[in-house]
Design a protein around this ligand. Structure first.
Ligand code: GDP
Length: 314
């Protein structure tokens, strides 16, 4: 069994590769819900949706989020009706949020609602949320505290960040199956997701980090940082708020208490030694995922390197 911890963008690209090379029943995904938001009265789980669409073969290739070939008619009418329109929900995408909100209002937990939606999309992998309870990523800026989507989408992450906190995390419990799958896994992979706002909220749910420290599984992470920059998004600015260097060394520091292997780009081979000094093995490969072939090659290289790391550790 393979368990993947993931956010939405870099994670979804990796998932698109992994699903091509591993039977779906052998993989469970633990997905960040710290970015969830209420929008037009609907419960939207942006990272879960990206993973669902990636697994269902419906993710928009052009945008990297939302549904392939979607239209935005509803968004335009809502804008004309004076509703906020900075968060873009496509017409096809809306069906997922309507169904999730309906299932939640009928008494389903978030985990059950998403598992139900995954099944209806024909997904055979397990898609787990990190927690059924509300854990909300809050981004502290000089003038206000923002939700992640306000920071990321509305402000296009152009504002200064002073800190990040996960509201509700202390009272949250891991969703059913999360700890069990971590403890029973052979391999655990942290997708090339933002370590602060995608993997950070998952690790903030009490019990998940401890399970990663205790599991006999080999644990690998793929670096979302190449050289001294994120491939996309605000990971660099957010890592600085945690005191982590913006490099593969910073990624290693973020996960050093449980990580066995860091998969990094060949461009970072000269930093390999600095990570190994932290007691973490390193495997260098091409980690930039532009094409389907890139995604599959990275998934394959990661699984092979994790296998070797597990053999070396035993
Ligand atoms: P979010 O929830 O939308 O922020 O999604 P993720 O956290 O899963 O993805 C964002 C991270 O993915 C960023 O830190 C990027 O640097 C990283 N990323 C995006 N594309 C790639 C890629 O092709 N290769 C690697 N290595 N990282 C990537």
């Amino acid at each position: 069994m393979i368990v993947v911890l993931t956010g939405g963008t870099g994670g979804a690209k990796f998932v698109q590769g992994l699903r091509q090379i591993v039977p779906p029943q052998q993989v469970a995904y633990i997905v960040n819900t710290g970015d969830d938001l209420r929008w037009w009265g609907l419960h939207v789980s942006p990272d879960v949706d990206s993973i669902l669409y990636a697994l269902a073969g419906r993710l928009s290739r052009e945008r990297g989020w939302g549904v392939e070939a979607d239209t935005f008619e509803c968004l335009e009418i809502m804008r004309q009706l004076g509703q906020p329109s900075w968060f873009q929900l496509g017409d096809r995408d809306l069906a997922t949020h309507l169904l999730r909100t309906q299932l939640l209002s009928e008494g389903s937990t978030l985990a059950k609602a998403n598992a139900d939606i995954a099944r209806r999309f024909g997904i055979e992998s397990q898609v787990l949320v990190m927690s059924n309870e509300r854990v909300e990523t809050r981004v502290q800026t000089p003038s206000a505290e923002l939700s992640f989507q306000e920071y990321f989408v509305r402000e296009r992450y152009a504002v200064e960040v002073r800190g990040v906190r996960f509201d509700g995390a202390e009272q949250a419990k891991p969703a059913p199956g999360v700890i069990e799958s971590i403890m029973a896994a052979e391999k655990i992979i942290l997708a090339p997701s933002n370590p602060v706002t995608s993997i950070g909220p998952i690790l903030a749910v009490p019990g998940i980090r401890q399970a990663l420290q205790q599991t006999p599984a080999a644990i690998a992470a793929i670096s979302p940082i190449i050289g001294e920059a994120a491939v996309s998004g605000p990971a660099a600015a957010l890592m600085k708020t945690q005191g982590w260097p913006v490099s593969i060394v910073g990624i290693a520091q973020a996960y050093r208490d449980f990580l066995d292997l860091l998969v990094c780009d060949i461009e970072d081979a000269d930093r390999q030694h600095d990570v190994e000094q932290l007691g973490i093995a390193v495997s260098c490969t091409r980690t930039l995922m532009r094409s389907d072939a890139d995604k599959q090659a990275l998934a394959r290289a990661t699984l092979e390197a994790t296998e070797s790391a597990a053999v070396t550790a035993t």
